[in-house]
Design a protein around this ligand. Structure first.
Ligand code: C2E
Ligand code: MG
Ligand code: MG
Ligand code: MG
Length: 281
C-alpha cells in the first residue's frame, strides 16, 4: 500500500515538473519574439533630491504578451540573461531611455538624469562602454545625464575587463550607481575599488523606517559612510512621509518610491513633469 502511495506521489511530482518545464518553454519561446513583436515598453519612476531641486528617473523594463499577460521583470529578466537575450534587449532599453531623456532634458529648465539598469551579462562583453558611448552620441544625450545602475554581481566578477569598462564610462562622464546596496555580498571594498558615483540603498532597509531601531542605525551608517566616500545616496522604496522626513534628517541626497510615484509610462511621466518642474521657455 505504501509503495502504491509512493508511486502516485512520484507520478504527481513528475506531472508538476512537466508542467513547469512546459511553462518555462512557453516563456522562452515568447521572449525570443518579444522585441520584434514590440511587446516591451519602458516605465519611468521619478528620483527626487530631498531639497526638491534635482530630478531624474529610473527606466524600468515592462513586458506584455498577449497570451501571458504582463510578466514582472524579476521573472523574465533572469531568463533573458540565461538565454543571452539581455544583450539586444538591454541595448534597446538604453537607446529608448536615452532618447526619451534627451527630449525631457530639452523640455525642462533644470537638470535631469535617467538611470538604466545594466546586467552583469551585458558587462561581460568587452565593448559595453563603447556601446553606451555610441547610444549617447546617436541620441544626443549628455553623458552626465546618464547613470548606469549595476548590482554587486557585476562587481563580484573580479575581472580586469569590468574594471576597465567602468573606468572608461566614468572618464566619458557617465555616472555609475550601485543598486540594491546592502542585499548582495556587500563587500565594502567594492566601494573603494570601483569608480562609483552613487549608492542606492535597497528598499528592504527603508521599509521599516523610521521605527525599526536596527534599520535606523544601518541606514544612518550607510549614508554617513557614503558621504565620506563622496557617493551620492538614493533611498529606494520610499513609501511614506515619515520615511522621507527621517531620511532628510540624515541628509540622504535623493529618494525614490511610491510616495512620489509608481513607475509610469512615458506619456504619464511627461504629465508628472509638467506638474513638478519649470518648463524651458
Ligand atoms: P531595481 O532596479 O531595484 O528597481 C526598483 C524596483 O523597485 C522596481 O521594480 C520598482 O517598481 C520597485 N519600487 C519602486 N518604488 C517602490 C516602492 O516604494 N515600494 C515597492 N514595494 N517597490 C518599489 P520592477 O520595476 O518590478 O523591477 C524589478 C527589477 O528588475 C529591478 O530592480 C531591476 O533589477 C530589474 N530591471 C528592471 N528593468 C530592467 C532593465 O531594463 N534591465 C535590467 N538588467 N534589469 C531591469
Ligand atoms: Mg535599479
Ligand atoms: Mg534597486
Ligand atoms: Mg533589484
Amino acid at each position: 500500500k505504501a509503495k502504491e502511495h509512493g508511486r502516485n506521489c512520484y507520478q504527481f511530482y513528475t506531472a508538476a515538473m512537466h508542467e513547469h518545464a512546459q511553462a518555462r518553454r512557453q516563456l522562452e519561446g515568447a521572449l525570443h519574439k518579444a522585441l520584434s513583436n514590440q511587446e516591451f515598453s519602458i516605465f519611468y519612476q521619478p528620483i527626487i533630491s530631498v531639497d526638491g531641486q534635482h530630478i531624474g528617473s529610473e527606466a524600468l523594463l515592462r513586458w506584455h504578451n498577449k497570451e501571458l499577460g504582463s510578466v514582472p521583470p524579476d521573472k523574465f529578466i533572469p531568463i533573458c540573461e540565461e538565454l543571452g537575450l539581455i544583450i539586444t534587449i538591454g541595448e534597446w532599453v538604453l537607446y529608448q531611455a536615452c532618447s526619451q531623456a534627451k527630449a525631457w532634458c530639452d523640455r525642462i529648465q533644470q537638470s535631469f538624469f535617467v538611470t538604466v539598469n545594466v546586467s552583469s551579462i551585458q558587462f561581460q562583453r568587452a565593448d559595453m562602454a563603447q556601446v553606451i558611448g555610441r547610444v549617447l552620441q546617436e541620441t544626443g544625450l549628455a553623458s552626465h545625464c546618464l547613470t548606469i545602475e549595476i548590482t554587486e554581481t557585476v562587481l563580484a566578477d573580479n575581472s580586469q575587463n569590468i574594471l576597465h569598462q567602468l573606468k572608461t564610462l566614468r572618464a566619458m562622464g557617465v555616472e555609475l550607481a550601485i543598486d540594491d546596496f546592502g542585499t548582495g555580498y556587500s563587500s565594502l571594498s567594492y566601494l573603494k575599488r570601483f569608480p562609483l558615483s552613487k549608492l542606492k540603498i535597497d528598499r528592504a532597509f527603508i521599509r521599516d523606517l523610521p521605527d525599526d531601531l536596527e534599520d535606523r542605525a544601518l541606514v544612518k551608517a550607510i549614508i554617513s559612510m557614503a558621504g565620506n566616500l563622496n557617493l551620492t545616496v538614493v533611498a529606494e522604496g520610499v513609501e511614506t512621509q515619515p520615511q522621507l522626513d527621517f531620511l532628510r534628517t540624515l541628509q540622504c541626497d535623493y529618494s525614490q518610491g511610491y510616495l512620489h510615484s509608481k513607475p509610469i509610462p512615458a506619456l504619464e511621466f511627461e504629465d508628472w513633469l509638467t506638474e513638478h518642474v519649470v518648463e524651458s521657455p
